[in-house]
Design a protein around this ligand. Structure first.
Ligand SMILES: NC(=O)c1ccc[n+]([C@@H]2O[C@H](COP(=O)([O-])OP(=O)(O)OC[C@H]3O[C@@H](n4cnc5c(N)ncnc54)[C@H](OP(=O)(O)O)[C@@H]3O)[C@@H](O)[C@H]2O)c1
Length: 246
């Protein structure tokens, strides 16, 4: 993964899950510096590496986003990984939870894209990687607000890809299926771990795949959707009714 060698990278939500794993894989691939950002620095792993620069960042906080963009002016690769999920369907789910998913996953990520676009343009050729979700293709109704926020983020990612295409900034969308992180705590699905997922995510970027799905389950879901969107919709409907029958 030569493309990461000596690069300056900023990752949101780097304290746990996929974000933490991305940091570990990048450190093993010769990066120059990583701004590891998270909401509460007390929760940040040490990573034991002097290429790490930890910064406090809640992506919904305009002032913190602006401050981080001032500090991390040398960023060449931005990884928008931070995300949150609230359960609930459209008809009965808590609207505050849905609003929170939109504020973090959609508007928070847009704030980061806006703050860092001028930096990435200045430091071209550069890269933006947005961690989206397979739920962007078709909603699982038990997490309907999350699915809507990720569908919106997927759309925004494709839009920004076009907006930055002539500025030498490549924009990648990564749409995983289910990965074994805190986000899926309590699930009995057989899921890949975040470390192997992080390798697949970064390999996809290194291979130049602007849209990628890093795990087998996600790829199966994507293939069903590609064959016929109704197939993935049916798969998620079956899952939803099975969950509710428990
Ligand atoms: N796990 C999956 O199955 C799966 C599938 C598809 C896509 N994804 C996406 O992958 C990304 C990483 O998820 P994960 O599985 O690693 O989940 P995770 O273990 O729950 O980690 C989520 C990360 O996002 C951070 N975060 C939440 N709200 C934030 C905010 N307002 N500002 C900054 N950081 C915030 C969390 O910080 P705190 O520790 O402070 O809460 C944490 O570091 C997310 O975008 C998620 O939607 C995950």
């Amino acid at each position: 993964m030569q493309i990461f060698k000596d690069k300056v990278i900023l990752i949101t939500g780097a304290n746990r899950g996929i974000g933490q794993s991305l940091v570990k894989v990048l450190l093993n691939n010769g990066v120059g510096k990583i701004y590891t950002t998270c909401r509460d620095l007390k929760k940040m792993p040490s990573f034991n590496d002097d290429r790490i620069v930890p910064l406090e960042l809640d992506i919904t906080d305009d002032q913190q986003v602006a401050w981080v963009a001032t500090v991390a002016q040398d960023t060449e690769i931005l990884i928008n990984n931070a995300g949150t999920v609230n359960s609930g369907n459209i008809l009965e789910g808590d609207l505050l939870g849905m609003d929170n998913d939109l504020q973090v996953n959609y508007f928070g990520t847009i704030k980061m894209m806006r703050a860092f676009a001028p930096i990435l343009i200045r430091n071209k050729p550069s890269i933006m990687i947005n961690i989206v979700s397979i739920a962007a293709y078709s909603p699982l109704p038990s997490i309907a607000g999350y699915a809507a926020s990720k569908a919106a983020l997927f759309s925004a990612t494709q839009s920004v890809r076009i907006e930055l295409a002539k500025k030498d900034v490549s924009v990648y969308a990564v749409n995983p299926g289910a990965i074994d992180t805190d986000m899926n705590k309590g699930s009995d699905w057989d899921m890949p771990d975040p470390d192997s997922t992080a390798i697949q995510i970064l390999q996809g970027v290194a291979d130049g795949k602007l849209d990628s799905i890093p795990d087998e389950m996600g790829q199966g879901m994507y293939n069903a959707w590609r064959e016929d969107p109704a197939k993935l919709s049916k798969l998620f409907a079956d899952l939803y009714y099975a969950e509710n029958a428990k």
